[in-house]
Design a protein around this ligand. Structure first.
Ligand code: GLA
Length: 751
């Protein structure tokens, strides 16, 4: 059992392999306080840490200074308005209009395993993998019961958290702010790490020193967003990929969120993370329970890389449920950048024929196949094939694609409605709008109010009809605009504040039904590129489209930021045509392939029109994907060099868990004159293992790396120990030109 309770000291201690998390109940009233989070500590005498809050400071002995106590005490789940002036974890309003709230410990239970959260994504773990602590607290005056859930994983440094609220009174209580996580840490001078971006520039890493006051990120866009990501890390000054202490906090949720680090007068930092309170309220009726989404905390004393690898393992093994999680995904070709809306059956068949001849395994038909959809300003909601483009509809197309030996995939944007659509003409009131106000369009479309049961059922019916109409092996579920003008005709005035969260719950319900009814479907979530790339969606789809920017060089920063928390197996990445559609850059086909290999791998181009020499390379690239797909999906990810920092080159490695094999990707972004070779100092290898090294040639073929002697190349492959590779490094020769790349394959050999 990784969780113990000391009855004598009223201390809970949660242990993971390398970290400990401690809480205590203090004083007669049972204030629940945070005690410690960091490197693993021993049980012996640990109660000394709680003495800072004990005699003579506690309210039972010093009632005249209750406020001082409240404002210093590191409350585990702080309320509002009763003397703790730091960021609250929760705020409520009672029927009388009062807002003061605070919790006291009542009871707890500890058990093996991990519960789910009703209607929401959550990590899962068996009884031999994790232990859970439930602490029941009460706000007696408000007749509110609050349960804090903690799950400590036995084999990784992860503690997940969630909270539920129960109204035990006779009148409605309005929840105004409810965080899934709150933790007070002593502050040695932390820095924050976050992931920021924009459309086509998602999840770029951003690091700042943490000053006094609050550092706050969030989204009120109705989705986790391109702009700010529901991830916040605190790290010690100077922490890098391999060194320093890092606390990573990630919210498993796909809607509005806030994450805040509040540095207080006494040099402690309170980190909170949860549903954004802006625009949120929840009317909790007597007897009702409200469950919050999950937040995951990862502690690493091995720098940012250690944190990343733990998140990767957590999501690979305890979040992604799809049967595709551990199996090779079909190499797909998507027609979006090839044709946009301008295609028909014959064009798709031409692409599919060429694709099949090159070894591609699935054709995905993107936007533009339904209703009168000739451009982005019409037909969303009319999910019936356009027979002018696709005579005979989906069954005929699907059959022809399958006859060519390919699987068939399709794009849908089920949550949306175009004002110019049959659906809108029939049900204008189904679009989200505030009565009396013209709703704002975005990409010329509105969002359907799926919080209403009849709308949700219609939407699900459309998806089900499409998928049942013929053989479809893959669905790309898109969401191309963010929410505005939020109001539901299905909610009374006092419940309107529930809209944003109810919207996310409706998305989860739709996707849960989808994966239940179509268990073999490969689902890829997407949102105008990567605006709903979050752990919530990963619970439903094993992969998410990373960004509409498919340029290999732009992707270096996007994929580096994304891989800070997400395993490579879930990052949608395709080889596209040049000049690139987002930035107009020309890069070698080989580099595009190598960068896309650090993700799900596929193509997004008109294979019938790209240069012959690029087309010739596709079978070799696919062979690479098949040789290294398992390693990339399952291996541990190490950052060797960051283009985002050095401006010249990028390098990452994926290393098998048993260290028997590694794939190192090196991208020389800019060529430089007058240097010979660069040393890539590797990490994560078996120091005593002997590795044989081969590298890709110009043609994507692997060749042994030659030992140089006196300017002559000897024909034997280079063998080096892991220790040498991790200290002296690989010698990467200069390549001629910009945007060049090379793969190095290291295989441990028996001597
Ligand atoms: C979004 C997606 C693209 C493509 C278009 C279609 O932008 O990210 O990949 O599917 O929608 O409209």
């Amino acid at each position: 059992m990784s969780i113990v309770y000391s009855k004598k000291d009223r201390i809970w201690k949660l242990d993971t392999p390398h970290s400990s998390y401690l809480m205590a109940a203090v004083d007669e009233e049972g204030f629940l306080g945070h005690v410690y989070y960091g490197n693993k500590v021993d049980d012996l005498g640990i109660d000394y840490l709680t003495r800072a809050y004990a005699h003579p400071f506690v309210p039972s002995e010093n009632a005249r200074e209750r406020c001082s106590f409240m404002d210093l005490f590191p409350a585990e789940y702080p309320g509002f308005g009763l003397g703790d002036y730091r960021t609250p974890a929760f705020c409520v309003r009672t029927a009388s209009g009062s807002r003061g709230c605070g919790l006291f410990y009542r009871s707890h239970k500890i058990y093996a395993g991990k519960p789910g959260i009703p209607g929401m994504p959550a990590t899962f773990a068996g009884e031999d993998e994790a232990d859970t602590l439930e602490i029941l607290c009460e706000d007696p005056e408000n007749r509110l019961e609050v349960t804090l859930y903690y799950t400590a994983f036995r084999n990784m440094d992860v503690i997940t958290r969630s909270v539920s609220f129960r109204n035990k009174g006779n009148e409605m209580i309005t929840l105004e702010k409810v965080m899934s996580l709150s933790v007070d840490l002593e502050d040695p001078g932390y820095e924050t790490i976050g992931l920021f971006g924009s459309w086509a520039r998602e999840r770029h890493i951003c690091r700042n020193p943490l000053g006094m006051g609050s550092y706050r990120i969030g989204s009120f866009r109705g989705e986790s967003s391109h702009q700010e990501h529901p991830f916040l890390a605190l790290c010690t000054k100077g922490a890098d990929s391999d060194h320093g202490q890092v606390y990573g906090f990630h919210f498993l949720y796909s809607g509005n969120f806030v994450a805040e680090a509040h540095r207080s007068q006494f040099e402690s930092v309170r980190v909170t993370m949860g549903i954004s309170p802006e625009g949120f309220s929840w009317g909790l009726m007597p007897g009702e329970t409200f469950s919050l989404p999950e937040a995951a905390m990862v502690y690493s004393s091995e720098g940012i890389g250690g944190m990343s690898r733990t998140f990767h393992r957590l999501y690979r093994k305890h979040l992604i449920r799809s049967p595709y999680r551990d199996t090779p995904r079909p190499v797909l070709i998507n027609n979006w950048e090839a044709t946009y809306f301008d295609f028909n059956t014959e064009k798709l068949i031409d692409i599919a024929r060429e694709a099949a001849a090159s070894g591609i395994e699935m054709l995905v038909m993107d936007d533009g196949w339904f209703g009168a959809r000739s451009y982005d300003d019409k037909a969303l909601g009319d999910w019936i094939a356009n027979e002018e483009k696709l005579p005979g509809g989906l069954p005929v197309l699907s059959e022809r694609i399958h006859e060519l030996g390919l699987k068939f995939g399709i794009w849908m944007e089920p949550e949306m409605i175009s004002p110019d659509s049959d659906l809108y003409r029939a049900h204008p009131d189904w679009a989200i709008a505030i009565p009396g106000r013209t709703p704002a369009m975005s990409r010329c479309q509105y969002v359907l109010d799926i919080t209403r049961r009849e709308v949700l059922e219609y939407v699900y019916g459309c998806v089900r009809n499409v998928l049942s109409s013929t053989r479809i092996e893959y669905l790309k579920w898109d969401m191309n605009r963010q929410l505005t003008d939020v109001f539901s005709l299905g909610l009374t005035a006092e419940h309107q504040g529930e809209f944003y969260h109810r919207y996310v719950l409706a998305v989860y319900e739709l996707q849960e039904r989808l994966v239940t009814d179509f268990p073999d479907l490969l689902l890829e979530n997407c949102s105008g590129g990567g605006a709903r790339f979050d752990p919530g969606m990963l619970y439903y789809s094993p992969q998410i489209w990373c960004s509409d920017d498919t340029d290999a060089i732009e992707r270096l920063s996007i994929q580096e930021g994304t891989a800070m928390v997400y395993p490579l197996s879930c990052m949608g990445a395709h080889v596209s045509d040049c000049p690139n559609h987002a930035v107009g850059r020309n890069t070698p086909f080989q580099t595009r392939g190598h960068v896309a290999l650090a993700g799900t791998f596929g193509y997004e181009l008109d294979i019938t029109r790209i240069p012959q020499e690029d087309r010739r390379r596709i079978p070799d690239q696919i062979a690479l994907y098949h040789s290294f797909g398992d390693l990339i999906r399952r291996g541990d990810y190490y950052r060797v060099a960051n283009y985002s920092e050095n401006g010249l080159y990028d390098c990452w490695a994926v290393i098998a868990e048993d260290k028997s094999e590694a794939l190192v990707t090196y991208v020389q972004v800019l060529g430089q004159p007058n240097y010979k070779a660069r040393l890539l100092i590797l990490k994560g290898l078996d120091p005593d293992g002997i590795y044989e090294i081969s590298a890709t040639s110009e043609e994507d073929h692997f060749e042994p790396v030659m030992v140089r002697s006196g300017g002559r190349k000897e024909p034997e492959a280079l063998r080096l120990s892991g220790r040498t590779l991790m200290n002296a490094g690989i010698l990467a020769d200069r390549m001629w030109g910009d945007f060049r790349s090379k793969l190095y394959h290291l295989k441990r050999v028996e001597l």
